[in-house]
Design a protein around this ligand. Structure first.
Ligand code: HEM
Length: 454
């Protein structure tokens, strides 16, 4: 299958009319809106199995002015084309617009020149060398988790506290324990309200006082109140010395290269909120899912518990193959283009989904089987058969950070405990990120000291 960018397709000029992209019709009035809202992941996987690498989903009535139906792109070549051509597949999507209303214009949600400046300012904090400097802090936090009493736990709760503490200390130089319960309550609410708003066919401006709008604004305000608490605690420390090089110091020291202007207070608040959320939620998910899988596969767990760093890393990667925390992301075609010989008209929402592509049988034999060895040694899969951290210019800035944080935790916890998962299946909620819909129950059994080096 050949995938082409706009310029390449224009150059071919074969004259053959592009074939229509197949997809489920859904209901006459709403198309596939209800099915996708009810079971996004199941519906998309089913669409892939029935229709193949490109699937059309009409979401809402067939009104011209609502724009063209969405297209899901599942083949790795198509995913590469979408993620690495931001001029053709841009970020002006309903999902990112709503996220900006909820979280402001931090690195995840900003676009264009503003995004470029932000990424340049923050990138130095996330180089592999810089991230390695956080190893001791992450190890100390993992040890703190491993001091937990043996017995029953909710893995998701445990991992959320770990990842929030790591982000708090590494990026904001702060112990954020006091904000953990509030964030645990607010994150799913914010995610749910944002997703529902982004799928609304007619979106009323937020200042219309509908009950939903009022809730949306209240949740956003509560999250900013948490950010303000963190900023207030750090105000004296950072401003006083000016010497720190954590994220806050960097944000406060940043100057626009052209105007010399510092960031406004609001820009700093937006950035802190985005990193507080993006920096913990996904990694907590990745760790929870991986530990749950290990708890269901004791023989694999025993091998990982030996602490072989390559195997620990492969296990985290395999956990994210089956349960990618960023399960789906969206772009919008900003010009008429083609994917695999199919016409994509300007304005088309384009979905790429690690959930589906990570199960592509052409790249992943026996795709539902948990097998970390897929990530050991040589393999010849296409680059975009696996993209839990996205790709192209908007790929995850926190990838090295998250991988180190996850491998440190897994190594430390499994050296101390054998994890037994109590439930065969996890119920999942694909909100903006993939979350367990209920506690992920496990029992931690203390390992015998004998046989371990002391
Ligand atoms: C396992 C953990 C993580 C996963 C699976 C993950 C996944 C992703 C993905 C897929 C994107 C791109 C979204 C898109 O293309 O639309 C992204 C972007 C981003 N991530 Fe992560 N992430 C993780 C951890 C982190 C951490 C630890 C941080 C911060 C410390 C972070 C901060 C961000 C930010 C700020 C962006 C936006 C980057 C930009 O647009 O320039 N993430 N992440």
């Amino acid at each position: 299958m050949i995938f082409m960018t706009t310029t390449e397709s224009a150059a071919t000029g074969s004259g053959a009319p592009p074939a229509a992209i197949p997809g489920p019709a859904g209901s006459r009035l709403l198309g596939m809106a209800s099915a996708l809202r009810r079971d996004l992941l199941g519906t998309m996987l089913d669409g892939f199995h029935r229709y193949g690498d490109l699937v059309t989903y009409r979401i809402g009535p067939r009104w011209e002015r609502l724009g063209p139906p969405a297209v899901a792109v599942h083949h790795p070549d198509g995913v590469r084309q979408v993620l690495t051509n931001p001029q053709v597949f841009g970020r002006r999507t309903a999902g990112f617009e709503v996220l900006t209303e909820m979280l402001g214009a931090g690195l995840l949600t900003s676009d264009g020149d503003l995004w470029k400046r932000q990424r340049r300012t923050l990138q130095p904090l996330f180089t592999p060398r810089r991230v390695t400097g956080y190893t001791d802090l992450m190890t100390a936090e993992a040890e703190r988790v491993a001091r937990h009493r043996p017995g029953a736990v909710d893995l998701h709760q445990l991992m959320q506290v770990y990842t929030l503490r790591v982000v708090g200390r590494a990026l904001f130089g702060d112990e954020v324990d006091d904000v953990v319960p509030d964030l645990q309550r607010l994150v799913p609410l914010a995610s749910d309200l944002s997703l529902a708003r982004s799928m609304q066919i007619l979106r009323l401006p937020l200042d219309y006082p509908t009950p939903r709008n009022r809730r949306f604004r209240r949740v956003s305000a509560e999250m900013y109140a948490i950010v303000d608490r963190i900023l207030a605690r750090r105000a004296g420390v950072v401003d006083g010395s000016g010497a720190g090089d954590d994220m806050l110091s960097r944000l406060r020291a940043a100057r626009d290269p052209e105007t010399g202007q510092p960031l406004s207070a609001q820009e700093i608040r937006d950035q802190v909120l985005v990193f507080l959320l993006a920096g913990h939620e996904t990694t907590a998910g990745a760790l929870t899912f991986t530990l749950h899988l290990l708890g269901r596969h004791p023989e694999i767990q025993e091998r990982v518990a030996t602490g072989d760093p390559d195997l620990v890393r492969a296990t985290v990667l395999e956990g994210m193959r089956l349960y990618p925390p960023a399960h789906t992301t969206e772009r919008r075609a900003s010009v008429d283009t083609e994917i695999a010989g199919h016409r994509i008209v300007r304005g088309t929402p384009v979905l790429v989904s690690p959930w589906v592509t990570h199960r592509h049988p052409g790249c992943w034999p026996d795709p539902e089987r948990f097998d970390p060895e897929r990530f050991l040694g040589e393999h010849d899969r296409p680059r975009y058969a696996y993209f839990p951290f996205g790709g192209g210019p908007r790929s995850c800035i926190g990838e090295h950070f998250a991988m180190l944080e996850a491998t440190v935790l897994l190594g430390t916890l499994l050296a101390r405990y054998r994890v037994e998962s109590l439930d065969a299946r996890m119920r999942l909620e694909p909100l903006i990120t993939l979350r367990p819909a209920e506690p992920v129950r496990a029992v931690l059994h203390a390992r015998q000291a004998a046989g371990r080096s002391t």
